[in-house]
Design a binder for this molecule. Structure first.
Ligand code: GLN
Length: 284
């Protein structure tokens, strides 16, 4: 001991993760060790000969044990990147997925147009969780003011912390609400990444998701569509004229969610696929 270098630690971490059945062990080892020591990828390479302190070794061992118990790497680190922001995570919040960045991307031009026309764009993010979607839009477009709702007070606390962490608190507020129940007023954009997985499917999800994401952020009821029914029911009176409603959806829900929204008087204006080529984003 005492002579363990950063390079040794990375090799050790990769081997343990790989032996523990973690896919992509090399990448996860770099993320974990780099994150724990506060070293960017380039520094992991340039400092590979540096000796670790005993405390650093203990820290890495502890994190490896958690990862081998299937806790996702960014939960162990306590935060993750999302659309250029750093978001803290908590047991009350879904860990934002890279696919959700596509939803943000699609909303940026819409928000810009509203700001160009009115000087300001009001966004309502239903079931905001970490605040990911709302905060990314606020960060990307000057003039966006966002309200993040959630049924979980713990999630809202995390969302507020994330607004603060990223310097966006002056244009972000939270509201404890079961979908629209406590919402008043009208918004230019209403967005949601609600729970959309069928109840029977949730139990079969990877342990990383099933055990560490909150079930109520995943479980969309028998057909996975419970949340869309509720949101579609009350969206119109909360939408500004010419406004947009945008959803993340499950890979096989495009038709059902479109029919649901069309039945409430909406028109589909855009659909986008995720990084794996599945239908993932709908804008009405
Ligand atoms: N996309 C998430 C997953 O794959 C589900 C998120 C959701 O239900 N909104 O687990």
């Amino acid at each position: 001991m005492g002579s363990v270098t950063l390079a040794d630690a990375l090799t050790h971490a990769r081997r343990r993760l790989s032996e523990g059945g973690i896919e992509d062990a090399a990448r996860e080892a770099r993320l974990l060790v780099g994150g724990l020591l506060g070293l960017a990828p380039a520094a992991l390479i340039s400092q590979e000969a540096r000796a670790l302190t005993a405390e650093e070794e203990v820290l890495i061992e502890g994190a490896l044990a958690r990862r081998l118990d299937r806790e996702p790497v960014y939960r162990i680190l306590g935060q993750r990147p999302f659309f250029g922001l750093v978001l803290s995570l908590s047991p009350d919040t879904l860990e934002p997925r890279p696919d959700t960045e596509i939803l943000v991307e699609r909303l940026i031009p819409i928000a810009r147009e509203v700001v160009a026309a009115k000087g300001k764009c009001r966004v309502l993010d239903l079931g905001t969780g970490t605040g990911a979607i709302c905060l990314a839009l606020i960060d990307a477009v000057a003039g966006v003011h966002g309200t993040g709702t959630d049924i979980s007070a713990g999630a809202l606390e995390t969302a507020r912390r994330n607004a603060q962490l990223n310097g966006l608190s002056d244009r972000f507020e939270t509201l404890e609400s079961d979908w629209f129940a406590a919402v008043s007023g009208r918004f230019d954009i209403i967005v949601s990444n609600p729970p959309y997985i069928r109840s029977t499917v949730v139990d079969g999800l990877a342990e990383e998701v099933r055990r560490f994401d909150p079930r109520r952020a995943l479980d969309g009821g028998e057909d996975g569509l419970d949340a869309y029914y509720k949101i579609a029911e009350d969206a119109l009176p909360h939408l500004q004229e010419g406004g947009a409603v945008a959803f993340e959806i499950g890979f096989d829900q495009k038709e059902a969610v479109t029919n649901l929204m069309v039945g409430k008087g909406f028109r589909l204006i855009e659909a986008a696929s995720d990084l794996g080529g599945n239908d993932r984003v709908l804008v009405f």
